[in-house]
Design a protein around this ligand. Structure first.
Ligand SMILES: Nc1nc2c(c(=O)[nH]1)N[C@H]1C(S)=C(S)[C@@H](COP(=O)(O)O)O[C@H]1N2
Ligand SMILES: [Mo]
Length: 410
């Protein structure tokens, strides 16, 4: 794909948006009546994230930006920024005022709202670093039949980077909570694709139990550097193991709620699956859906790249990662005969809870020909990845079917 085609500024501004720009930028556009049709004022122009990405990343959509990594690009132990998938529901904020960036903690269940500067967060609380798996709940959607609407992610809407920040539980202890706290909800600075600043983009959250885990961070660094703009600069809520949609980018406000958070994409059928299994193609009413919590066990083969050719007699140093939401991965197996027999891989423990685990296997294939290598992880509760499509669901979430690659022995 020619990435230069993404460098033009797309979109146009509706007249109704012009009226509300005052709220966004604090003033009116002088001479707004002279704006050419379809002209996007810089205040609404979106940066192009592809300039910072590996050229082999796959662009699924550029408005909003949705970009995934082919499995072989995820070979690093810790995902570097240039190979990290992008899932945006709105437009990347362009004007980030770091010097004046603040985090406000409010909501029904705080004793009193409190606001912190970035410096307060960095100086007043202990800093922690964790490797955390962020997987889009829609990762694998392309594998569902019948097709589910939405971005057709294959395998690469997942990352495991090293995030640095403060524990949310330390901040909430400093704020002081009431006894009726049930849920948290985040608010970020991104803009709706309609460019209407009054429209919410996404505002999700988790129950208090998950919010108060040691690994739930308010982070300002990723892989030892400022968080890249595309991934939430300058501040992000980072929660491993659950749909990555709960890890709010460009974080400015966090509400502690006395009920299940009802922000954008918490309601309706977003990030929900049917409570009871449904036959493929059946879409039950809203009240029969539940919010996705921990993501299911899953794994990737990151080496070799599908399509590899090996000489007969030579072993293939297979490797990849495995993860299991809130759980850990107990065993990892490989099959080269369409699931008839399985071999156990060497599996490392996670660096910390909610990090992915690395696995390796030196595989010798018995004769020449075309093979498919299937990878299957089993979590610590004994739950395995399915070899084929798992429970179909209308929104196409949580497809954790075995990853497979093709290799040729010559
Ligand atoms: N503010 C904000 N936070 C967000 C989103 C968003 O659109 N806006 N997308 C969410 C979703 S659906 C996912 S899967 C992850 C993607 O994180 P990444 O783009 O850094 O990989 O961010 C989540 N946080
Ligand atoms: Mo997502």
């Amino acid at each position: 794909m020619d990435h230069s085609s993404f460098s033009d500024r797309r979109g146009f501004l509706k007249k109704s948006t012009l009226a509300t720009i005052a709220g966004f930028w604090g003033t009116k556009i002088a001479f707004a009546e002279h704006l050419p049709a379809n002209y996007v004022p810089l205040v609404f122009a979106e940066p192009n994230p592809m300039v910072a990405k590996d050229k082999d990343m796959t662009v699924l959509n550029d408005k909003p930006w949705n970009v995934e990594a082919p499995a072989h690009l995820l070979d690093d132990a810790i995902t570097p920024a240039n190979k990290m998938f992008i899932r945006n529901n709105g437009l990347i904020p362009e004007h980030i005022d770091v010097a004046n960036w603040k985090l406000t903690i409010n909501g029904e269940s705080v004793k009193a709202p409190k606001t912190y500067t970035l410096n307060d967060l960095k100086k007043r609380f202990k800093t922690y670093t964790y490797q955390l798996v962020l997987e889009c709940a829609g990762n694998g959607r392309a594998g569902y039949v019948p097709q589910a609407a939405g971005n057709q992610w294959t395998d690469g809407a997942v990352s495991c980077a090293e995030w640095t920040g403060v524990r949310l539980k330390d901040i909430l202890a400093d704020v002081g909570l009431k006894d009726d706290a049930v849920y948290i909800g985040y608010y970020g600075k991104d803009l709706h694709v309609s460019q209407d600043p009054t429209k919410p983009v996404i505002s999700r959250g988790v129950p208090m139990k998950k919010a108060l885990e040691d690994e739930t961070l308010i982070a300002w660094a990723m892989n030892g550097q400022d968080i890249p703009l595309t991934h939430g600069f300058p501040l992000r809520l980072v929660i491993g193991g659950w749909p990555a949609s709960v890890s709010g980018k460009w974080l400015h406000t966090l509400s502690v709620r006395n009920k299940v958070h009802d922000g954008a994409k918490m309601t309706g059928k977003s990030y929900k699956v049917p409570i009871n299994p449904v036959p493929p193609g059946v879409d039950p009413p809203e009240d029969q859906f539940k919010i996705i919590e921990s993501m299911p066990v899953k794994s990737l083969i990151t080496f070799p790249k599908t399509g590899a050719t090996v000489d007969f007699g030579q072993s293939i140093p297979l490797r990849g990662h495995a993860w299991a939401g809130d759980r850990s991965v107990k065993s990892m197996q490989i099959s080269f005969d369409f699931g008839s027999t399985w071999q156990s891989c060497k599996l490392q423990p996670p660096k910390n809870r909610l990090a992915w685990q690395h696995w390796t296997l030196d595989l010798k294939l018995p004769r020449k020909g075309y093979y498919e290598i299937w990878a299957r992880a089993v979590d610590d509760a004994g739950v395995s990845q399915p070899m084929v499509m798992p429970q179909w669901n209308p929104e196409g979430y949580c497809n954790n079917a075995c990853h497979r690659i093709a290799v040729k022995v010559v």
